[in-house]
Design a binder for this molecule. Structure first.
Ligand code: BGC
Length: 468
C-alpha cells in the first residue's frame, strides 16, 4: 500500500463531525432542547440508553480537537452548528453565546490554516419546532432560512463552504418514515411532506446565504449505487424504484428542478408543492456534497411468507419495519465483500461507480463535488491498530482518484470522522474516529489510521518532481 496517487493542487482534505455527535454541553449557554435530546430520553430508542449529553465534550475540549486536526495536516474541517444553540426555540433573535462558540472555533481553525466547512443542519431540530409539526410543517422551512441568515450574518465572511442540510434522505426516512432516528415518527410514505419541506428549507436558505456570504454553497446528500439483485425485470424495476428514493428524491429537484417519478409508490401528485417552490429549491449551487458508505442491493418484494435471507445491511432494520407496508422493493445482503463493524460491505469501487453515474445523469447540471463523508466503524480493541480503516480509506481514495481521472470534478474529501462519537441510535458502540475517545475519561488518542493519513497528506503536500 504506499503513497496514494497525486490529487490536484488545492484539493481540500479534511475530517467531518456533527454537533450532536460530539459537543455535549446540551444545557449550557442557553442551548434549547433538540429532537435528539428528546429522542434519547425515551427508553429503548438508543442502544444502552446512551445520549449526547456529554458525547466527546467537544464544547469544552475544542481547542484540543483543533490541535489534533492541525497535527493531522488537514486543510479543512466539516462541522455542524447546533440550531438550538443559536435559536433555543427555533425562532426569534440569535443567542449571542451560541454564535460566539462557533466564531471562536472558526477563528481558531483559520489560525491553523484549516478552512471551515459549516453544515447548518445535521438533524438536531429545535424541539420547539418539532412540537409544531417539525419538517412536516411548511413553516419549518421558513424558520430554517431565518436561522441560516443569523449564522451567515456572523460568520459569512469567514466560512469557505456552507452546507445547508446533511443527508435529508436519512433524516426523512429514519426520522419521519420509520422512526429509528429522532423525532421517531413512523409515517412511511406520509413522511413525503417532510422531504419537500427539507428541500424548500434548503432552497430558501440558499437565498438567505447568498445575501450574506461570498462563500461556496452546497447541499450534502448520501448516495449509494443501487444494484438489482438479478437481471430479472422485476428486480430491475424494484432497484429503479428504490433509486428514485435514495438517489433522486433529494438530487433531481435541486439539480433539475423537478421531482423524480414516484409512481412505483402509487404517488402521482405532490399536493404540498406550491408554485415557485421548485424554482427556489433549484437555485444554483457551487458544490454538491456526497456522502458514501456502501452500495445497496435491491430485489422485488418477496411473497409475504418467504423467509428473509440472513445478513446485515444498512437497510435491514428499515426493512423489518416496512414489512407489509407494500413498498415496491426490498433490500438484500451484498455477499462477497468484507464488512465493517457495523456490517456494511466494504466496496471502494462503489464510490467510483456512483460518481460516474452522477456525472452521466446530471451532466452540466452537476456542480463540482465534495466527498463530505466517507469512513467506517472498526471494533475497538485497545492497542490493536485499526488496519481495517487504513485499508478502507486507501481503497476509497484510489477509487476516487480513478473517477477523477475519468473526468468527474471532485474538489475535496472528508473522512468521517475525526473522533469516535455518538453514533445516533447505536449510541457509542460504533466507532468511526481517526482518533480514539475514551468515553469514561474523554481522553483522545490518535489511532494508526490517523498516523497513516498524516503521512499520506504530507506526501500530497510535497511538490511534484519537475517533469522531463
Ligand atoms: C451521517 C453521520 C453518521 C455516519 C455513519 C452518516 O449517515 O451523516 O452522522 O455518523 O453516516 O453512520
Amino acid at each position: 500500500m504506499g503513497a496514494l496517487p497525486r490529487f490536484p493542487e488545492g484539493f481540500l482534505w479534511g475530517t467531518a463531525t456533527a454537533a450532536y455527535q460530539i459537543e455535549g454541553a446540551v444545557k449550557e449557554d442557553g442551548r434549547g432542547a433538540s429532537i435528539w435530546d428528546a429522542f434519547c430520553a425515551e427508553p429503548g430508542r438508543v442502544k444502552n440508553g446512551a445520549t449526547g449529553e456529554v458525547a466527546c465534550d467537544h464544547y469544552h475540549r475544542w481547542p484540543e480537537d483543533v490541535a489534533l486536526m492541525a497535527d493531522l495536516g488537514a486543510g479543512a474541517y466539516r462541522f455542524s452548528v447546533a440550531w438550538p444553540r443559536i435559536q433555543p426555540e427555533g425562532r426569534g433573535p440569535a443567542d449571542p453565546r451560541g454564535l460566539d462558540f462557533y466564531e471562536r472555533l472558526v477563528d481558531a481553525l483559520a489560525e491553523r490554516g484549516i478552512a471551515p466547512v459549516l453544515t447548518l443542519y445535521h438533524w438536531d431540530l429545535p424541539q420547539a419546532l418539532e412540537d409544531g409539526g417539525g419538517w412536516l410543517d411548511r413553516d419549518t422551512a421558513h424558520r430554517f432560512a431565518e436561522y441560516a441568515g443569523l449564522v451567515a450574518g456572523r460568520l459569512g465572511d469567514r466560512v469557505k463552504v456552507w452546507i445547508t442540510l446533511n443527508e435529508p434522505f436519512v433524516h426523512m426516512t429514519e426520522g419521519y418514515g420509520i422512526g429509528v432516528h429522532a423525532p421517531g415518527r413512523a409515517l412511511l410514505l406520509d413522511a413525503l411532506p417532510a422531504a419537500h419541506h427539507l428541500l424548500l428549507g434548503h432552497g430558501l436558505a440558499v437565498a438567505a446565504l447568498r445575501e450574506r456570504t461570498g462563500g461556496q454553497i452546497a447541499l450534502t446528500n448520501n448516495h449509494s449505487p443501487v444494484w438489482p439483485a438479478s437481471g430479472s425485470a422485476a428486480d430491475r424495476a424494484a432497484a429503479a424504484a428504490f433509486d428514485a428514493l435514495q438517489n433522486r428524491l433529494f438530487a433531481d429537484p435541486v439539480l433539475l428542478g423537478r421531482y423524480p417519478d414516484l409512481s412505483a409508490y402509487g404517488v402521482t401528485e405532490l399536493p404540498f408543492v406550491r408554485d415557485g417552490d421548485l424554482a427556489a429549491i433549484s437555485a444554483p449551487l457551487d458544490r454538491l456534497g456526497v456522502n458514501y458508505y456502501s452500495p445497496t442491493r435491491i430485489a422485488a418484494p418477496r411473497a409475504a411468507a418467504a423467509p428473509r435471507p440472513g445478513g446485515a445491511s444498512v437497510l435491514s432494520e428499515v426493512e423489518d419495519r416496512l414489512e407489509g407496508a407494500g413498498l415496491p422493493f426490498e433490500d438484500v445482503p451484498i455477499e462477497g465483500y468484507r464488512t465493517t463493524a457495523f456490517g456494511w460491505p466494504v466496496v471502494p469501487g462503489g464510490l467510483r461507480e456512483l460518481l460516474l453515474r452522477l456525472r452521466d445523469d446530471y451532466g452540466d447540471a452537476l456542480p463540482p463535488i465534495l466527498i463530505t463523508e466517507n469512513g467506517c466503524s472498526v471494533r475497538d480493541e485497545p492497542g490493536r491498530p485499526d488496519r481495517e480503516r487504513i485499508d478502507f480509506l486507501d481503497g476509497h481514495l484510489r477509487a476516487l482518484h480513478q473517477a477523477m481521472e475519468e473526468g468527474v470534478d471532485v474538489r475535496g474529501y472528508f473522512v468521517w470522522s475525526l473522533l469516535d462519537n455518538f453514533e445516533w441510535a447505536e449510541g457509542y458502540e460504533q466507532r468511526f474516529g481517526l482518533v480514539h475517545v475514551d468515553f469514561a475519561t474523554l481522553e483522545r488518542t490518535p489511532k494508526a489510521s490517523f498516523h497513516w493519513l498524516r503521512e499520506r497528506l504530507a506526501e500530497q503536500r510535497v511538490s511534484p518532481a519537475p517533469s522531463g
